[in-house]
Design a protein around this ligand. Sequence first.
Ligand SMILES: [Zn+2]
Length: 593
Amino acid sequence: MSYLVLARKWRPQTFADVVGQESVVRTLQNGLKRNRVAHAMIFSGVRGVGKTTLARIMAKALNCTGATDDKPCNVCESCREITAGNAVDLHEIDGASNRGIQEIRELKENIRFFPTKSRFKVIIIDEVHMLTTEAFNALLKTLEEPPEHVYFMFATTELHKVPITILSRCQRYELKRVSFVDLVAFFAKIATQEQVEISRRAIEMIAREADGSVRDGLSLLDQIFSFGGDRVTDEDVVQVLGLVDQQIFVHLARSLLTADLAQCFDLLEKIYVAGIDLKRFTTDLLAYLRALLICRTSPRPEALLDVSDQELAELRGLSADHSPETLAMLFQLLFKGMTEMQYSAHPRLVLEMAFIKAVQAGQVTPAAALLGRLDEMIKVGGGLQPLPSALPAAKEAEKPPAVVPPKPPVPPLPEKTPDTSREILAVIEPELDSKVQKLEPLVGKIAEPKNREKKGDGAASQTHTKDVRKNWDSFVAYVKERKPWMAQVLKLCENPREEEGKLLVRFDNPSDGTLLQEPEHVKDLSVYALDFFQKDLRVRISSRGDKAGGHGEAVLDGPKEERRVLANDPLVQTAVDVFGGQVGAIRTGPRFR
Ligand SMILES: [Zn+2]
């Protein structure tokens, strides 16, 4: 007996056999039960998900003469003929090789006649999108008023290439990629039935490789079964599929994230010696990094990833130790490496370079977190104390994004500062207490007029407003307690003043005011100004060269200028000095979440 490939041997013959298309199957079965099957239907989806298979099952069900309700019965003559592939009233046409108007004319001629044996003639056109425009046009009229005894079933991998005039006359069924879980279950079942011993892990490798296509997976199984015989080892699968053991990716990602360059190179050497295609390897590595990133950021990574529970736990463990920014940067750097590899005669060198960059970039701290820490330090220390060792290389603008410290930043303040202040506090406290006790009787008397002032009407509070120009320094000090970096920026402004209900903040150097001009910061500044000056002032930030007055928005020459300005921003420079980092790529797009 000749060998039947698995894809044919295991081709579903009933609706129940179809893998992973539950909703489409249910719709089709309901249509059959209620006798509401359209005379033209189109099945779309990626290759190997069961488009023509479903069309055939439908053809069987329509012509089935079995007594059972659950059609097709697969035992009546019509069913058996279709299964055997010799039903005279079922016409299967390959749209790719019969795409011209002549073939369609012949087809139209053919369907004028009644079916020979069955109730209906069924025309299945595979890859229907390949038909020529003329062929489609010739088909159009027939689809509009199909003869009662004819059903058209189209299958296509590229639905968007089918003219809308055709689509609008068909009932559409969109088949999805078969899920990883469904594929694993199906392949495991086949292995059992075929009496082949194969591990769960090996089946998962095959299912991942099948990428949602049952047929692709089945041909891989075929190859592996004929290679390994009755007993397939994981190594067989790795070898036949030209795969890299998943553990290599785990090790490599860990080495990259822990900056173990030597280990990275060792692993790459192994891959290289094994003769694995480096481009393919990099693609798989990227897929692994993507999985890490998804694990770190998504609340339900299992819905997005084709991985087993054990792999998911492994991914979770590794990703938890690193910030999403770090993982995203690693992904970006290697993605860039992969793109460069496409055009390089030395892919290995390119990949090594990408590893080096990734390791050098190290751990990325989000800029927002850095700013927060900067604020803390200014608050505690009462000023900035740049680390002397941190200055070199500050101007060397290179690729890695955000502010990237070459090593974990050292807490820049002498640790004793808070302690000493606490000690001093402890000394004064008892003294204070006694004074407060003495003062207490007086407090009520003093508080009374104060309260009255606070609660006073508009006219009364008007008298307590403060002049902007005279109190600017105190205002800056007030802001410093709330947002130290903003105070630093405000110190740079020239001739701050109030004019017609506006607080004019003007910078000589356009770059100084850039950060302050962000709407959220303008809003904060307005609130501080209201609280401090007791006036509702509209904040206007401008700089030399702005259009008259400025509108709280940056007037910049373009993205390039904007980046230059951002790089020279005093706050960024301060951060660079304090943390001893360097300005890398500057991104102005939406923030990473
Ligand atoms: Zn039947």
